[in-house]
Write a new protein. Structure first.
Length: 65
């Protein structure tokens, strides 16, 4: 499941947990939301590394010309 979906799922579980007084469901929702946030950060970092690698490759190609 994607980061956004995990965050939404987590928020829904937290809301249901709050409404029903189910502390376990609320905690599970908090974990799901955190997992979604972490996935987002990892994806952003991965994209940044890929972009930097592409820029470096292009710089080397330009320097060789």
């Amino acid at each position: 499941m994607g980061g956004f979906a995990d965050k939404v799922k987590g928020k829904i579980k937290q809301a249901v947990g709050n409404l029903t007084g189910d502390k376990s469901l609320k905690r599970e929702g908090q974990r799901d939301e955190l997992k979604g946030k972490v996935k987002g950060v990892v994806k952003d970092a991965t994209d940044a590394v890929k972009d930097a690698a592409e820029d470096a490759t292009q710089s080397v190609k330009d320097a060789v010309k």
